[in-house]
Design a protein around this ligand. Sequence first.
Ligand code: AMP
Ligand code: ZN
Length: 109
Amino acid sequence: MSDCLFCKIAAGDIPSGKVYEDDDVYAFKDIHPKAPTHVLVIPRQHIATLADCHDPALLGTLMDRARMIADDILQLAAGYRIVINVRDGGGQEVFHLHVHILGSKKLPF
Ligand code: AMP
Ligand code: ZN
């Protein structure tokens, strides 16, 4: 999608703090971190929101990469939180599906 912020970030058209990329996903540092470590993982394919996604393989890949990035790249051995905000009521502000990885401090729930 030509007018999507996260599509532009994944394409390298807007700078980002890249953490990881492959053919399926792109991961980068959140610009307004809500925890000492805050990384976003997005599918390269534009999907507006989790509620629009009916592709178990894509969702499986996205979650598997989030786990790998948290454990192997960010090395959040003490633990971390995975968050997906869905639509306005769920706090979603950017309408390109993304997984938040939050860690490096004890997170209240
Ligand atoms: P959400 O509220 O779930 O849609 O999360 C969107 C996230 O994207 C927020 O945590 C923002 O801080 C983050 N964000 C917005 N613009 C950028 C950007 N240009 N680079 C990195 N993160 C961004
Ligand atoms: Zn997009």
